[in-house]
Design a protein around this ligand. Sequence first.
Ligand code: NAD
Length: 264
Amino acid sequence: MDLGLSGKSVVVTGGASNIGRAITLAFAKEHAAITIGDIDLPQAETVAQEALKLGASNVHVVKCDVTDLKEVKNLFSEAVRINQTVDVLVNNVGWDDLKFFTQTDPAFWNKVIQVNFVGVLNCTHTALAIMIPNSKGSIVSISSDASRQGEPREAVYGGMKAGINSFMKTIAKENGRYGIRCNVVCPGVTIPHENQVGEKSMWSDVESMFTQEQLGKITKALPLKKIGRPEDIANSVLFLAADKVAGHVTGQVLSVSGGYSMIG
Ligand SMILES: NC(=O)c1ccc[n+]([C@@H]2O[C@H](COP(=O)([O-])OP(=O)(O)OC[C@H]3O[C@@H](n4cnc5c(N)ncnc54)[C@H](O)[C@@H]3O)[C@@H](O)[C@H]2O)c1
């Protein structure tokens, strides 16, 4: 099905690894014009080449730390310089190191807050300044089922992701009048295929995130009895980004997690 995304200018933050990589490649198959903002240039360049082969209208990589508003402004300026506008923003960057709250300190909290929440504020604020005059746009933010369930070892991260869910609903209400839709996807555990992450990915050492035994237990506990793959998340992002199929959907939080969260 043609989703009407061909030639659309799409900014994907953290588009170099795992879920962000799959999102970039999914838009590439729809022939979008993609700008990847990431701190991992070599891995982002590798993904850009893959995206071009899959049919992206064009792909550009901009080195950007989403916690730095100046770098974020440069990312969007580049997207506009190359593709005239920004139609879609995917706030995908996120980071955590799994630890009980009692094992963490303010420096750790601050990093989690900056990367997971302030990064979304920086990118959304900058994108809206482009989208509002256009009277159109779609923003999809990647949150987490940790925001809906409460997850041991993800206290501050889960709090920030819950902040994203609420923030995006308000942004949806404030900007619907400009034809801008804002939605959220909450992945559950989503592991990369081999060689699909760079060295700055949380998954550069999978075992440091979850042991095989833990992954086995998670699989058994999920209603669908399988761990998520990055394509599962990318497909839902495509749907929410595309006016053609989700043109009347805004302010929604969608879990894509094998049934881990079931929110009415
Ligand atoms: N994988 C999962 O199990 C899972 C589960 C729930 C939610 N999520 C969320 O999905 C999103 C993607 O997760 P992932 O597993 O693909 O992560 P990942 O660590 O594999 O990839 C993150 C990407 O973001 C980049 N990045 C990190 N910090 C950055 C910064 N400050 N500025 C710009 N780029 C930066 C990295 O270089 C990497 O390319 C995140 O928001 C994450 O919180 C993931």
